[in-house]
Ligand binder design. Structure first.
Ligand code: LLP
Length: 418
């Protein structure tokens, strides 16, 4: 359930008409709903309460500070994968102690920053990283709290490019090496090893891969304990899928039941890193029609948003439902391709969409664009990054303005020989 609904044929975000925002800020833009963010956070939080899980929102899904703060105000910590994300989370008001630092390649500079900032947990992904983190912590006279991200060799049954838990993927350390890592860390003065982490992929629509991965992790906790190690924390990552186009993803309560069944009796603190499930359906992408172009075989609706603003359809063949902002119930619909102005054939936002007759400036929107939308945008084709808008009841606010062309051009500097 989300708060983007039609009223008398006009699309609203909560109590604000989308057309009103479009008139005020121009198109294209992302629009997020506070009520939907809140609803999704609360659904996850109440499901995970049965296992006393702590939510560290995966900031990579949508790192606008207003989004992070909305979730932090509800109680979320943050999962970050770079110094930039850590800085955003801290600036948005997340206490450093509620931040976990994930990622397969943290630089020394990032480690230094994170240790100095007091980041609560480091998810370490290799022996080499463990050694470097230890050195950096010792230099700073600090101890880094560490969990080891293990690779359980489980296929998440999701898109190839967002599957992270198979042996051939770059992520984590082979789960069977966890005892060696724990042993190694025990003698390190800069490291306090407390547990394991696992994240097998994103947009999972079945529970079986989670069950398999968590069961393997639980088995490894027993192995580590039998070897005399103290294991107090598990980080079970993110990955829960959402509805884009008719998927039936697991309910948060069913996910929590799998957690309880697999790791519930271990007596460990549990951390979760959900991203998409919190923000995905809390955002839409609004765009307007530039041209309708009929060719011998297709009807192309050329809009002012493009693959640089929203790369998911191009990169993952993701299907995002699209519809007009103003319903036109009497009108016949026709099959169309919604495409952007970027000079690439892959610049398709939605294929085989049934749309009514459209003309210049008509507004369309893509659903479920709150996760991995704005964060993955670029200024390819020298297009301006598009604004982000947040709605709260009857109010809206521009939470990232459209940069001016001057700002875009001033990023380049001319060398003195030119
Ligand atoms: N934790 C870790 C270590 C991760 O790598 C990720 C996502 C998450 C948590 C959050 O996963 P979520 O709950 O959002 O599934 N750009 C792609 C998705 C990439 C996901 C990367 N890692 C897309 O648009 O589908």
């Amino acid at each position: 359930m989300n708060h983007f609904q039609y009223r008398d044929g006009r699309l609203f975000a909560e109590d604000v008409a989308i057309a009103e925002i479009a008139a005020a800020v121009g198109t294209p833009f992302y629009c997020y709903s506070t009520a939907t963010l809140t609803r999704h956070y609360e659904a996850m939080a109440s499901a995970l309460a049965r296992v006393q899980g702590r939510i560290c929102y995966a900031v990579k899904a949508n790192s606008n500070q207003a989004v992070i703060r909305t979730l932090a105000n509800l109680g979320a910590g943050a999962d970050v994968v770079s110094e930039g994300e850590a800085r955003r989370a801290i600036a948005a008001g997340v206490p450093a102690s509620d931040i976990v630092f994930s990622g397969v390649g943290k630089t020394r500079a990032e480690m230094r920053f994170a240790i100095n900032a007091g980041i609560g947990q480091f998810n370490v992904e290799s022996v080499g990283e463990l050694d470097v983190l230890n050195q950096v912590a010792i230099e700073l006279n600090q101890t880094a709290t560490v969990v080891f991200r293990v690779n359980p060799d489980v296929d998440a049954q999701t898109h190839e490019k967002i599957s992270t838990g198979r042996k051939e993927d770059k992520f984590g350390v082979d789960i069977d090496l966890a005892p060696e890592l724990f042993q190694r860390a025990t003698s390190m003065t800069g490291i306090d090893p407390v547990g394991l982490a696992v994240h097998i992929g994103s947009q999972l629509t079945t529970l079986d891969p989670f069950r398999e991965a968590f069961t393997r992790v639980a088995g490894m906790v027993e192995t580590l304990r039998a070897a005399g190690h103290i294991v107090t924390r598990l980080d079970l990552g993110g990955g829960l899928g959402i509805v884009y186009d008719g998927e039936v993803p697991p309910e948060p309560d069913d996910y929590a039941a799998v957690v309880a069944e697999t790791v519930g009796d271990l007596g460990v603190e549990l951390t979760f890193e959900p991203g998409r499930v919190l923000v995905g359906n809390a955002g839409i992408l609004v765009t307007s029609v530039i041209q309708v172009k009929e060719t011998a075989t297709k009807r192309f609706v050329v809009v002012d948003a493009a693959m640089n603003d929203f790369i998911r359809p191009t990169l993952y063949d993701a299907v995002h439902a699209a519809a007009p902002v103003n319903e036109n119930p009497g009108s016949d619909t026709q099959t169309a391709e919604i495409v952007g102005p970027v000079c690439e054939t892959g610049d398709i936002l939605a294929s085989d969409v049934q749309l009514p007759a459209l003309t210049e400036n008509d507004l369309l929107y893509l659903k479920s664009a709150g996760a991995y939308g704005a964060v993955m945008a670029s200024s390819y084709n020298s297009r301006q990054l598009i604004p982000e808008i947040m709605v709260n009841h009857a109010e809206f606010s521009i939470i990232r303005p459209r940069p001016s062309f001057d700002a875009l051009l001033s990023l380049d500097h001319m060398p003195n020989w030119l």
